[in-house]
Design a protein around this ligand. Structure first.
Ligand code: PHE
Length: 457
């Protein structure tokens, strides 16, 4: 049974909302369009969707199975199902991912705090050049970035101290629908701007005549993992708060669908708006893309300052429900494994993450590419962190989780957990096939692709 320091979701809807709160965040609205821009448009979108369907959705279910089956966080889950083996290392990798990802995520989340204010007071400038210049000056201000990062981590820690249900469920239940409605309004406006058609073509029509860049594969895979909060055990933790009578598999599918829908929706806003700006180059803006494009859209709306501020409020809240889950992974680990009180775990880990975030807060900028290692290392610590954790650590974690569930835990036990309490699931056998063969093979192939393609060319 759960110890008093752990918790349970109040209802199945509560779980779906919390998992969706974790999944939907900067990854969808900031990360996805940025990556599409750097990956050359529609081809990236296509690869991304395949990754979600064939690789990530099965692993999403696998993580929930490990969590609910063990009633433990990542390390504990592996220890419980494979005692006296080294499998716990996968859980340890996840705990490190939580701190590592949070350390750069909180920096960008901090920017959204500031943009609430600047949009509301109309301080971003009036044309594309001014807006872009504002972003560069703003992010070059190190002390301000550090202060904003601190503020965001502080709010995250304060929410987590409230415990599982009170902290996460309530925030997400009200804010997620509001976010979706606002995104739909923005998409409707963006699609009626001049230039929308060109933006849509870039976003939706794959250009196969261009040479295929193998980096697109790793970038899309990493982005899918990041957006779904996958590969680091966040969903093992959330699954461990899930009740036996709740339908695990269908809940997973709803969350995957919702997360993908919101990412795609963000693209329908950013690219039509971007292409309505003279000389817009989606690959050139890097991590600043949404901060430079969206203010243009707000300017084209009546009451734009209000819309803009509301948008950044909701984005900050979406980021908050994600940072909560990022911090909850190491926190639940310390509670489970070292019997720390929740308060101590939250405090120690928030402070450690803040220390680690300082280089990202200082070393960011809008220029370096997120999908190019040398450039990222040279000019941009934040870009380097995003690349290392998202494109490498998460898919490697996901690969190991799929191998663990498919071979070590075994399909019989896994499917028994998936269909516990007579839960309905479309095809448990298909899921078993995907988790055993397709997901791990696809990840391995994508990682080995640069070598394979060199061999054949
Ligand atoms: N999925 C979150 C987002 O898209 C980020 C995240 C990654 C959260 C990993 C938890 C774990 O913003």
């Amino acid at each position: 049974m759960a110890s008093p320091e752990r918790g349970m979701w109040g209802s199945r809807l509560g779980f779906i909302m919390a998992a969706a709160g974790s999944a939907v965040g900067l990854g969808n609205i900031w990360g996805f369009p940025t990556q599409v821009g750097q990956g050359g448009g529609a081809v990236f979108v296509l690869v991304y969707l395949l990754c979600v369907l064939l690789v990530c959705a099965p692993i999403f279910i696998a993580e929930l199975i490990l969590g609910r089956g063990s009633q433990k966080g990542p390390l504990g889950a592996f220890k419980k199902f494979a005692p006296n083996t080294k499998w716990w290392v996968v859980g340890a990798l996840g705990v490190m991912c939580g701190v590592g990802i949070l350390s750069f995520y909180a920096v960008i989340a901090g920017w959204t705090f500031a943009y609430i204010y600047y949009t509301a007071v109309g301080g971003l400038g009036t044309n594309a050049v001014e807006i872009a210049a504002f972003f560069d000056t703003f992010t070059a201000n190190g002390p301000l970035s550090i202060a904003l990062t601190f503020a965001f981590l502080f709010v995250t820690a304060a929410c987590i101290l409230g415990g599982v249900q009170a902290g996460i469920e309530r925030v997400t239940k009200t804010l997620m629908p509001a976010l979706i409605v606002l995104l739909l309004i923005l998409a409707a406006r963006a699609l009626t701007l001049p230039g929308a058609a060109e933006g849509l073509e870039y976003y939706l029509k794959p250009d196969f005549s261009k040479a295929f860049d193998v980096n697109v594969l790793t970038a899309a895979l990493g982005q899918a993992f990041f957006s779904l909060s996958l590969g680091m055990g966040a969903l093992i933790v959330y699954g461990s708060y899930l009740r036996r009578e709740d339908n695990l598999g269908m809940s997973a599918l709803y969350v995957v669908l919702l997360d993908t829908f919101i990412a795609l929706l963000a693209g329908f806003i950013i690219f039509p708006t971007g292409f309505s700006i003279e000389g817009f180059d989606p690959s050139a803006s890097g991590p600043g893309l949404i901060f430079q494009v969206l203010p243009q859209l707000f300017a084209s709306l009546p009451g734009g300052a209000l819309f803009g501020a509301a948008f950044f409020v909701l984005l900050a809240m979406a980021a908050l429900t994600s940072t909560i889950s990022l911090l909850e992974v190491p926190v639940s680990h310390c509670i489970d494994q070292y019997q720390w009180p929740r308060k101590k775990a939250v405090l120690v880990l928030a402070v450690a993450t803040f220390g680690l975030s300082i280089p990202s807060a200082l070393g960011n900028g809008s220029v370096a590419s997120l999908s190019n290692l040398p450039a990222a290392l040279g000019g941009n610590f934040l870009g380097f962190m995003a690349l290392a954790w998202n494109s490498y650590a998460l898919p490697i974690g996901g690969f190991l989780i799929s191998i663990f569930v498919g071979y070590r835990l075994g399909l019989d036990k896994a499917i028994a957990e998936l269909t516990a309490d007579n839960a309905w699931f479309p095809s448990p056998a298909l899921w078993g096939f995907l988790i055993r063969y397709v997901s791990p093979a696809a990840i391995a192939l994508i990682f080995l692709w640069p070598f394979i393609s060199r061999y054949f060319s």
